[in-house]
Ligand binder design. Structure first.
Ligand SMILES: Nc1ncnc2c1ncn2[C@@H]1O[C@H](COP(=O)(O)OP(=O)(O)OP(=O)(O)O)[C@@H](O)[C@H]1O
Ligand SMILES: [Mg+2]
Length: 248
C-alpha cells in the first residue's frame, strides 16, 4: 500500500467515524426528546386527573352540604302542612317519599364522587360499600375477591378505586352481563387487578381506536400514572376481562 492509498483510507475512516458520531448524536437527542415528551405527557395527565378529582370533591361537597339539608327541610315543611282531605294527604305522602328518594340519590351520587370510606377505611372497604349498593339494585351480581389484596400506598388507592368504578360502570352500561368478578393478587412486587364479566364482549382493538368514550382513556391514563400495564381481553358473546398490573 503506497502512501497515497494509506491517506485515502485514513480519510475514509475519519469520514465514517464522523458520520457515526453524528448519527449517534441524533439518536441520543431523539431518545432524550422522546423521554422528555413522555415525562411531560405524564405530568399533564396527572395534573388533569388531579383537577378532575378536586372538582369531583367540590361537587360532592356542594351536593351533600347544601342540597341535602335543603331537601330535608322541604320534607319537614311538607310534613307539617295541616291537611284535612284524604286525597291531599296521599299527595303529601307521595311527595315526601319522592323527596326521600331524591335525598338517597344525592347521597349516593356524592358518595360516588367522593368516596369518604376510601380515605377513612381504605380501598377494600370502599369497594365493599360500592359493590353492595350496586348488588342491591339486582341488575348485576358483583363478587369481590379481596383476600389476596396486598396493602398499597394510599395515594395509589384513589386511582385503583376510580378504575374499578369505571370497569363496573362499563359492565353495567355495555356488557349486559349477569356476573362480574373482581379480584386481586400479588405477583413479583406488583398488584394485579383482575375483573371478568360474562357479557356480550367487544372488539377491543377497534373500539380503543375509534371510541369517543372517556372511560377507557381514563383507565389508561391512571395506569400510566402508576407506571402500570393494562390489558383488556374480550371475546364476543363470552365476556370481557380487564387485567391491570401496578408496581407496589
Ligand atoms: N365490559 C364491557 N363489555 C362490553 N363492551 C364494553 C365493556 N367495556 C367497554 N366496552 C366498550 O368500550 C367502549 C368504550 O368504553 P369507554 O368507557 O371508553 O366509553 P363509554 O363507556 O362509552 O363512555 P364514558 O365512559 O365516557 O361514559 C364502550 O362504548 C363499549 O362499547
Ligand atoms: Mg365508560
Amino acid at each position: 500500500m503506497d502512501e497515497q492509498q494509506q491517506n485515502f483510507y485514513n480519510e475514509v475512516l475519519i469520514v465514517v467515524l464522523l458520520i457515526g458520531v453524528i448519527i449517534i448524536y441524533f439518536v441520543v437527542t431523539i431518545i432524550r426528546y422522546h423521554r422528555r415528551y413522555i415525562k411531560l405527557q405524564r405530568e399533564r395527565i396527572l395534573a388533569e386527573i388531579t383537577i378532575q378529582e378536586n372538582e369531583r370533591k367540590r361537587i360532592a361537597n356542594d351536593l351533600h352540604d347544601s342540597l341535602g339539608p335543603l331537601l330535608s327541610s322541604v320534607k319537614l315543611n311538607i310534613n307539617s302542612v295541616d291537611v284535612h282531605n284524604e286525597g291531599d294527604e296521599k299527595l303529601i305522602d307521595k311527595a315526601g317519599k319522592h323527596i326521600d328518594e331524591i335525598i338517597k340519590s344525592i347521597r349516593q351520587i356524592s358518595h360516588n364522587l367522593l368516596p369518604n370510606t376510601l380515605e377513612r377505611k381504605g380501598l377494600i372497604e370502599a369497594l365493599r360499600e360500592f359493590t353492595r349498593h350496586i348488588n342491591e339494585e339486582k341488575i348485576i351480581r358483583i363478587q369481590l375477591h379481596e383476600k389476596a389484596y396486598p396493602q398499597i400506598a394510599k395515594e395509589k388507592e384513589i386511582h385503583i378505586f376510580r378504575m374499578i368504578q369505571e370497569i363496573v360502570n362499563n359492565t353495567i352500561k355495555h356488557a349486559g352481563a349477569k356476573n362480574l368478578q373482581i379480584g386481586f393478587s400479588e405477583e413479583e412486587n406488583n398488584i394485579l387487578i383482575l375483573t371478568k364479566d360474562d357479557g356480550v364482549g367487544f372488539d377491543v382493538k377497534k373500539i380503543r381506536a375509534t371510541s369517543g368514550g372517556l372511560g377507557l382513556k381514563s383507565i389508561e391514563s391512571r395506569t400510566e400514572i402508576l407506571n402500570g400495564k393494562l390489558v383488556i381481553e374480550s371475546e364476543l358473546e363470552k365476556g370481557t376481562s380487564y387485567i391491570i398490573k401496578i408496581p407496589l
